[in-house]
Design a protein around this ligand. Structure first.
Ligand SMILES: [Zn+2]
Length: 319
């Protein structure tokens, strides 16, 4: 086991680590539970301990490890050193985690936004291997975004680009967690789809599912596969909203590929069909005809692989 990196994917419920080789394969993995209301000290300690533990349990020598890539939710400062603010881990802010990790292990460390890291993972070792430009949307509890242009992550002037989940697609739409209205996230996240499904049931539309706070996106998907019309309708509507977001992305960036990831892609073609339909109907033909819309290949591993890949890219080991 030589020439490996440690990839870390920090989430609101899990902290995951992998030993990743230079081809983007995970050779060894570990994870621990996190709590979204944990204090920064606890989270930092968990990260440091998990890195030490994965190196130990993989029986890797210190010289086998090139460095550590760390994917974290939230906004990262312009220098890539510190987490400024994370909506899903509200107390995880102003933390110089990059320096803490590199000092503790005497190895280079790269800190990247988690959605950017996942997009880079797909570009490096997943669906986007053959393309130079891609946009990735991670459709989970929220909607994360990452943009790769000319084989590089696009981070923007202040390192906060690609907040695709907060692109407004309905000016008077429902309130988003960010304070704005009608963001992609309020329609196309799992939370957004469940909210609209409950509204549909309350309006009296019959369904296999009953109005209850227990409904999840997976339950809606399962009911849709059994032919439940309300569930089919709400997934189709989600696809149409996503399609509108994708049209905007195509018109602005004309990427070679758009990758959809996250729990919501469990709906498969039920989600993809309305996306394809509306983009074909409404986008400029020249903008959509050479843009492949695909599902993620790396699934939940994109964050770990991508974090390791961001380190290698930074060190110019993978260009
Ligand atoms: Zn928003």
């Amino acid at each position: 086991m030589d020439n490996c990196s440690v990839g870390i994917d920090l989430g609101g419920t899990n902290l995951k680590a992998g030993i990743v080789d230079t081809d983007g394969k995970i050779l060894h993995r570990l994870s621990v539970k996190t709590h979204s209301d944990a204090d920064p000290q606890t989270i930092s300690n968990q990260i440091l301990e998990l890195i030490a533990e994965i190196i130990r349990s993989a029986q890797a020598k210190a010289s086998d490890i090139i460095g550590i890539g760390l994917g974290s939710p939230g906004l990262i400062d312009k220098t890539g050193e510190t987490i400024l603010f994370s909506p899903n881990l509200p107390r995880w802010r102003n933390i110089p985690i990059k320096r803490m990790v590199s000092e503790r292990f005497s190895k280079p460390c790269v800190l990247e936004n988690d959605a950017n890291a996942a997009a880079w993972g797909e570009k490096w070792a997943g669906a986007g291997k053959e393309v130079g430009s891609l946009v990735m949307l991670t459709l989970g509890t929220g909607v994360g975004g990452g943009i790769v242009i000319d084989n590089k992550l696009w981070r923007g002037a202040n390192n906060v680009a690609a907040e695709i989940g907060h692109m407004v697609i309905q000016t008077d739409g429902p309130q988003c967690k960010c304070g704005n209205r009608g963001c992609v996230e309020v329609y196309a996240s799992a939370t957004g789809m469940v909210r609209r499904f409950k509204e549909l049931l309350k309006s009296g539309i019959p369904s296999l599912l009953k109005v209850s706070s227990e409904i999840t996106a997976k339950m809606i998907n399962d009911a849709a596969l059994q032919g439940d019309k309300a569930s089919l309708d709400v997934i189709e509507e989600t696809g149409r909203y996503l399609g509108i977001a994708l049209i905007n992305i195509m018109h602005v960036l004309n990427p070679e590929m758009i990758v959809l990831a996250g729990g919501m892609i469990g709906s498969g073609e039920l989600l993809m069909n309305p996306i394809r339909q509306i983009t074909t109907q409404r986008a400029f033909e020249a903008s959509y005809k050479d843009t492949k819309i695909v599902f993620s290949q790396l699934g939940n591993d994109a964050g770990i692989i991508g974090a390791a890949g961001c380190l290698l890219k930074e060190l110019e080991i993978f260009v």
